[in-house]
Design a protein around this ligand. Structure first.
Ligand code: DC
Length: 210
């Protein structure tokens, strides 16, 4: 079973994906980390964030097993990721790794922006996770606070809008809800309630074994 989970930043898609991976015993790939890893390599090696050739070469060295660096969770990595993710050669260089991960025997869960539309158009289940911008901004502020950073609500909303816009408007594989993806709006849902919703969508198609 391949489960594709896409959606906006801070919509809860990553948490939902991790919880589902636990419940169904499936391997999980947070594909945002791939772009973050390319962004961090660019920052570490002083590669300009629009140097397609060098960034594609950097992307070619990324492995799913090396995505545990805590720095990948930093705001700097997120910002760099969103810039390198607009480069078609970077996306091409990361395509096969994601496809191979999805196609392992038994299936997998991938979360990102283009999983249902480009990486796994054949996924068994496609979910699109979203929430109101203010809710997402407040969640992000809590994440930042956990990392010792403080950002005001208007600044956070502006930052999210900026990144959403870049993700939606890039020429290749823009962030888009696949036509056959099912929306879960988490604005007023707890994580448990959002996971329950996702489970009921999955188990409608693949009834749980008694
Ligand atoms: O989900 P995230 O914040 O870790 O993603 C970091 C950036 O990578 C984000 O700006 C969008 C981009 N991304 C993408 O273009 N395609 C994906 N499948 C996943 C992330």
């Amino acid at each position: 079973m391949i489960i594709a989970i896409d959606g906006t930043l801070a919509s809860g898609k990553g948490t939902i994906a991790r919880r589902l991976a636990d419940i169904y015993g499936l391997p999980h790939l947070d594909t945002g980390l791939l772009y973050r890893a390319v962004g961090m390599q660019a920052l570490d090696q002083d590669i300009a964030l629009d140097n397609a050739t060098k960034l594609a070469a950097a992307a070619g060295t990324i492995k799913a097993e090396t995505l545990n660096r805590p720095e990948l969770r930093s705001p700097q990595a997120a910002e760099a990721a969103s810039k390198v993710a607009v480069i078609p050669a970077v996306r091409d260089a990361l395509f096969q790794l994601q496809r191979s991960f999805a196609q392992q025997p038994g299936g997998a869960i991938l979360d990102g922006r283009d999983i249902g539309s480009v990486i796994c158009p054949d996924a068994d289940i496609k979910l699109w996770i979203d929430a109101a911008i203010e809710v997402r901004a407040r969640r992000r502020m809590l994440d930042f606070a956990d990392q010792g950073n403080s950002v005001g609500l208007p600044t956070m909303i502006a930052g999210l809008e900026d990144r959403d816009k870049r993700d939606r408007n890039r020429s290749q594989a823009p962030m888009v809800k696949a036509a056959d993806a099912i929306l879960i709006d988490t604005s007023s849902l707890s994580i448990d309630a959002a996971v329950d919703k996702a489970r009921s969508i999955i188990e409608r198609k693949f009834p749980a074994k008694p």
